[in-house]
Design a protein around this ligand. Structure first.
Ligand SMILES: [Zn+2]
Length: 277
């Protein structure tokens, strides 16, 4: 994200913290330990292996974003990015991150408890100078030059119809985006369970949809799914490793297109198509 007010400092935490839950697909217990770092990078540590959070390490974008063997890393990265934290070590006990309540809020709360602190260095933002447009069937993502940071997202889900939400400098990430939960259709969750997936999914840790009637459980926001799509996009774009100055227009975009865009922006930065200030 682009946070002009505090000049995009390298930001870490002051003390260690941890939390645990279960993986959405594995249904297995998964614990996380946050540790301070002055590296200017976010690194996951699993079984003594260090995996940097960057687009080059993305291995899968089906039902979540994977880095190496690690699954569903986008919500924790969105939580860190939403708080401006970009220098951190995340120790893991399992390869699938805990789903918690399906949103980024528990990660945000745990990181706030670790007392975020800005270091002396700054992270230069990538200033997008050219339009990039990507599409895949009926989904698209577009990035445009813009003085600041803004995401316009539109979704259209069966049973819900069109939903729109705009995230910009005046949106409060903690109260308006972080609480939006992951979601799925009841029928599809049952099908996934048959295939050994979504083992940890329940009405307590996801927003459940019905193709005819819309929400099965109570939504936290009228347009909770589109807010969650913004949350996913923020997590995916944080893999660029730098704040960006741009406007993003996304229609039905998911992890696959999000990551393709993140790769283009990161590559463009080095190719000087997208120039640093
Ligand atoms: Zn998500």
């Amino acid at each position: 994200m682009f946070q002009s007010k505090d000049g995009n400092p390298v930001k870490t935490i002051s003390k260690k913290g941890s939390l645990s839950g279960i993986g959405l697909h594995s249904g297995e217990k998964s614990s996380i330990t946050f540790s301070p770092s002055d590296s200017g990078e976010i690194n996951f540590i699993f079984k003594n292996k260090r995996i940097r959070a960057c687009v080059e390490n993305v291995t899968n974008t089906t039902r979540g974003t994977s880095l190496g063997d690690l699954q569903t890393i986008e919500h924790i990265l969105a939580a860190a990015d939403g708080l401006g934290i970009n220098s951190l070590e995340i120790g893991l006990s399992a390869k699938e991150l805990p789903n918690m309540d399906g949103s980024a809020l528990p990660f945000v709360a745990a990181l706030i408890a670790c007392k975020p602190k800005a270091l002396k260095q700054n992270k230069e933002p990538i200033i997008v100078k050219e339009r990039i447009f990507l599409e895949d069937q009926n989904a698209s993502i577009e990035i445009l030059p813009y003085e600041g940071f803004c995401i316009d997202f539109e979704t259209c889900f069966v049973g819900l119809g069109k939903q729109n939400f705009t995230f910009n400098e005046s949106t409060n990430f903690i109260t308006e985006i972080a609480p939006a939960r992951t979601f799925g259709y009841k029928e599809e969750v049952e099908e996934l369970k048959k295939h050994g997936l979504a083992k940890g999914a329940s009405l307590e840790n996801s927003l459940v949809l019905n193709k005819k009637k819309g929400y099965v459980n109570v939504a936290r926001f009228e347009e909770e799914p589109v807010r969650h799509k913004i949350l996913d996009l923020i997590g995916d774009l944080s893999l660029i490793g730098r704040p960006i100055k741009a406007k993003i227009i996304a229609k039905k975009s998911g992890h696959k297109l999000n990551i393709e865009m993140a790769k283009k922006i990161a590559a463009g930065f080095y190719d000087k198509i997208v120039l640093k200030s």
